[in-house]
Write a protein that binds this ligand. Structure first.
Ligand SMILES: *Cc1c(COP(=O)(O)O)cnc(C)c1O
Length: 665
């Protein structure tokens, strides 16, 4: 009966040939089927309208969170690749087995923005909110990073096979976007995101242009995330997400009250939503749209020449764009469009709001802030979940309520908890050291990591700026293990030079391997983010203020008691007094925080970085003297404070604030 209802709601393409085995009376790829039927019903119910969340990318960490089963062997492309390590240890061989046998994460994300979107819709599911995610099925993902020994990054295609990816199903529903010069056909795919307890699920709909009825150029639109060869391609991808998303929701009969745009990429959705409406209706439509802006960098906003858009769009659509989306340089600007066509805009941290209100003074109160967060149950390691359950009288309901982590403070002087915390951390760290055993990594050596997207403002090479000083610290205070990772966008030439610089520097340190081990890991992705944020001792975050809108990797780390070493930017402005580590470096100008002078201040800030690092290494080695641990140490105080701060920097608090500060009542 449940199955019959499911099949009447969801028209699965080639159900009996391909999916009969995995979608049965009770199960959806091994998960319970009834939550799927429930949400399909609710989203079509006129009485309880839902939320549609639009994002160009989704990082769902499907390999380690809510994994589906698939009895047939998925296509070979859906298995993880071997990744290599570039290190200053000449004797190790280059390749490093990540894990074998398991499936890759759904490869439709590039980095932080996608991970936030994934974490957000998981939280909607945990909160049992009637909601739907809207995104794109990227056939070649983002890209796969290969290193060329000593020469830097070579981007490779990341082909995968959607039709044998567990949990993902194609629908018979095909929608059509009609433009003056082209018609785009899009297939709708579905992936369900379950709550932590598997009793609720929300659909993620993914649009796919790779259909025989489209011409080759159109088929390519959903090939690669953030490919930016030319303006036409970028415009058309945004049309697919914006127009296509609205048409797909209509095709599926979903009843939506709030359209939440994650970044300006989906701003065209408003134009599609206004089709055929009167002037008054258009004003009213704005009340249903909200927009989260993620970038403080002016160059980060999507902008297009009017001449490029005019021939692509229908006349009435183009005039709406002219009305709502033109900036001071006379360009079509999707940030401006999204601000003008939504009821409320949120920046992603307090400091980002300050920057935005300087950038867009005319919008005053419309720009609020809701600091980003991370989905606790994705990012807390299983060792730490076990620890919290052992202290269940304090962490009551940790399975349902991560805000309870604030009570870690009550255990600050509990000797048993402090020991438990340390050993949970050491267990995580051993897994990391096991993966890097060939490179000589050890559990009792102070280990830190910098891992994120490679972009100039994030200053990936800051810690290598003065290698003499680094050697001096390692010799005088104690050995260091440093792990670096990150991808540079294939068109970011400056990013490439950072990777080359890092490789050169690491290579030059080969004579110092005994006390200074550095490993650059290839192909930073969700799996590596998880491994690193749960197991190093210190998380390094050194963007040049005020260019980091929020940053989230440090939030993943604090949930696992990983101490922070950071500049004062993004979320750290709000966390600076929480005792979770050390702050160093340049501070944004309070009078005008926009940061116009792009001087990376490598020399000054690296010196401050080394001083703080030396101090922290000193505390660490007083705490852990070759495996003899001083449990009263202030290092463990900081670890406890990290856990407590996790109560503030998660997506539950964030979604609560969307409800109270951003979404229409
Ligand atoms: C969390 C995450 C990011 C974001 O890190 P930032 O600290 O915000 O730069 C990027 N990439 C991956 C794979 C992540 O998991």
């Amino acid at each position: 009966l449940v199955l019959k209802e499911f099949l009447s709601q969801v028209r699965v393409d080639r159900y009996s040939q391909r999916y009969q085995q995995v979608i049965s009376e009770e199960k959806y790829f091994g998960m319970p089927l009834s939550p799927v039927v429930d949400i399909e019903k609710r989203l079509r119910d006129k009485g309880s309208p839902g939320v549609a969340y639009f994002s160009m990318e989704y990082g769902l960490a499907t390999s380690f969170y809510n994994g589906y089963s698939w009895p047939n062997k998925p296509a070979d492309q859906n298995y993880p690749h071997q990744n290599s390590v570039f290190s200053n240890y000449r004797l190790a061989d280059c390749s490093f087995e990540l894990k074998s046998g398991d499936i890759i994460d759904l490869p439709i994300y590039s980095g932080g923005l996608g991970v936030l979107a994934g974490d957000t819709i998981k939280t909607f599911a945990d909160y049992k909110l009637p909601a739907v995610g809207v995104g794109i099925l990227w056939h070649s993902g983002y890209f796969r990073q290969k290193f060329w020994y000593k020469h830097g990054q070579v981007p490779a295609k990341m082909r995968w096979d959607p039709s044998s990816y567990p949990g993902l199903i194609p629908l018979e529903n095909i929608i059509k976007i009609e433009l003056p010069a082209a018609t785009i056909f899009l297939r709708i795919w579905k992936y369900y995101v379950y709550s932590y307890s598997h009793d609720f699920a929300i659909p993620l709909i993914l649009l796919d242009a790779d259909l025989p009825q489209n011409n080759p150029q159109i088929r390519d639109l959903t090939d690669q995330l953030y490919r930016s060869d030319n303006a036409w391609l970028r415009i058309m991808q945004r049309i697919v997400l914006g127009y296509g998303g609205i048409l797909a929701l209509k095709e599926l009969g979903y009843n939506i009250r709030i359209f939440h745009l994650n970044e300006g990429h989906a701003a065209f959705s408003f134009i599609e939503k206004c089709r055929g409406r009167s002037q008054d209706d258009i004003e009213g439509q704005k009340k249903e749209f909200v927009y989260t802006c993620h970038t403080p960098v002016e160059a980060g906003h999507d902008r297009f020449a009017q001449e490029d858009l005019k021939p692509v769009l229908r006349k009435e659509d183009f005039s709406l764009l002219q009305k709502f989306g033109i900036d001071k340089d006379n360009l079509v600007n999707l940030t401006i469009l999204a601000i003008n066509t939504s009821a409320c805009v949120n920046a992603v941290s307090k400091s980002h709001q300050r920057v935005m209100s300087y950038q867009f003074p005319e919008y005053g109160d419309k720009i609020r802030y809701v600091t980003n967060g991370v989905h606790s149950y994705t990012w807390i390691s299983s060792e730490f979940i076990k620890l919290f359950k052992r202290f269940s009288s304090v962490f009551k309901d940790i399975d349902r309520n991560p805000m309870i982590l604030s009570r870690a403070k009550e255990l600050k002087n509990d000797a048993d908890f402090r020991r438990g915390l340390w050993s949970a951390h050491q267990a995580n760290k051993s897994r990391l050291c096991d993966a890097l055993r060939k490179w000589g990594f050890k559990e009792d050596v102070f280990t830190l990591s910098w891992a994120r997207r490679i972009a100039a403002y994030k200053r990936p090479s800051l810690i290598l700026h003065d290698t003499e000083r680094l050697i001096e610290i390692a010799k005088r205070i104690g050995p260091l293990q440093i792990i670096l990772a990150g991808k540079a966008h294939p068109q970011d030439n400056l990013g490439f030079t950072f990777i080359n610089e890092m490789m050169d520097k690491v290579d030059s340190l080969s004579g110092h391997y005994e006390y200074l081990k550095i490993a650059i890991l290839e192909n930073y992705d969700l799996y590596l983010a998880k491994l690193l944020t749960e197991s190093v001792d210190l998380w390094l975050n050194n963007p040049l203020p005020p260019f980091e809108a929020s940053g989230t990797s440090g939030m993943k780390a604090i949930l696992n008691g990983v101490v922070q070493l950071s500049t004062l930017d993004g979320w750290m402005v709000e966390a600076k007094d929480m005792g979770i580590g050390r702050i160093f470096g340049y501070r944004a100008d309070d009078q005008d925080p926009r940061g116009k002078n792009f001087d990376l201040r490598m020399q000054e800030d690296s010196q401050e970085l080394y001083s703080a690092l030396g101090e922290l290494a000193g505390i660490y080695y007083k705490t852990n003297n070759a495996g003899r641990v001083d449990f009263s140490s202030s290092w463990i105080d900081m670890m406890v404070d990290c856990i407590a701060a996790g109560a503030s920097f998660n997506t539950y608090r964030m979604v609560d604030e969307y409800k109270s500060r951003v979404w229409p009542a």
